[in-house]
Design a protein around this ligand. Structure first.
Ligand SMILES: C[S@@+](CC[C@H](N)C(=O)[O-])C[C@H]1O[C@@H](n2cnc3c(N)ncnc32)[C@H](O)[C@@H]1O
Length: 282
């Protein structure tokens, strides 16, 4: 049965959804809105969460992307009082945002309950819920919503964007990252359960069609694109070594990405790169 959209009035209301007409199960203290997808679904390989949890905080790709996201949140939405990440996985981004913005209420929404267990370790003060982005239970609730490398996992990405739009307050902000360039498609994308990689034009059109005003769109992971391309040309990757990079290269790649971040922060839009960043407003 479809429930009406939820307006959350306070943090405490998170565990009293039934007052607003919702009847989520509570599993391991997380409200569960899409129980049939909580253990298994085709949006992601849940066996990767353990590896991600171990490596994210030291891996150049995740560290650099976190810094970029945190920088954008500060720059474009300085007065935000609450923030929701949809598809928060193991909570690495949410942890960074919470640490940099102690005044903010942070919510993490994720389809896999097992990922929420990791997120709860990293961000114990966050409101964490299990929900499907295609049936997101909020309306006019958040100042800013972020969804990082999630849309490409969703068959109906337009519905996901419309739900994000609905869940934002008037003038609320959106920060999105997605993988870019169809020609970069490889067995990595198959393994990651991607449904697509985006072009700038496709993402722009979809975000606008969902009702947003796009403020900024830039590529990132640009300087490392040749490295990415080279790694894609190698033989079929082994899931256990999918994200492994030796220590020295990890440090060098991280430094390279710092330069890129400085350029993006100075309002320079990069024309191509492994990923796309989109900033928009309701
Ligand atoms: C590549 S991971 C990204 C995780 C996290 N956002 C990050 O950037 O580190 C994609 C995430 O989207 C989640 N996801 C996939 N389909 C979803 C859906 N329909 N609703 C909500 N989350 C979903 C996956 O479970 C996974 O945690």
């Amino acid at each position: 049965m479809d429930s009406p959209p939820l307006n959350r009035k306070s943090r405490d209301d998170l565990l009293t959804y039934h007052l607003s007409g919702y009847h989520p199960e509570i599993s391991n203290r997380f409200p569960v809105f899409a129980p049939e997808l909580a253990m298994e679904n085709d949006g992601f390989d849940r066996t990767l969460f353990e590896t991600l949890f171990k490596i994210e905080s030291s891996h150049f790709w995740f560290k650099s992307r976190n810094e970029l996201i945190i920088q954008c949140l500060k720059k474009y939405f300085p007065s935000a009082r609450n923030f929701c990440e949809i598809g928060c996985g193991t909570g690495y981004v949410l942890q960074g945002i919470a640490a940099e913005n102690p005044h903010m209420n942070v919510t993490g929404s994720e389809i896999y309950l097992s990922a929420l267990d990791y997120a709860a370790q990293r961000v114990p003060n966050a409101d964490l819920i299990q929900a499907d982005i295609c049936r997101f239970p909020f309306e006019s609730e958040f100042d800013v919503i972020g969804s990082f490398d999630v849309l490409e996992h969703i068959d109906n990405d337009m519905l996901a964007l419309q739900n994000i739009h609905k869940a934002l307050k008037a003038n609320g902000g959106l920060i999105l990252t997605v993988p870019q360039h169809d020609w970069l498609w490889s067995s990595y994308d198959d393994m990651a359960c991607h449904k697509r990689r985006y072009s700038r034009r496709e993402l722009l059109a979809k975000v606008k069609d969902a009702g947003f005003n796009v403020i900024r769109m830039t590529s990132f992971m640009t300087f490392l694109l040749p490295v990415m391309l080279a790694s894609r040309l190698k033989k079929t990757p082994d899931p256990s070594t999918l994200l492994s990079v030796n220590r020295a290269m990890n440090a060098i790649f991280y430094k390279i990405n710092r330069i890129e971040q400085m350029l993006i922060n100075r309002n320079i839009n990069l024309p191509f790169g492994g990923s796309l960043l989109c900033i928009a407003k309701k």
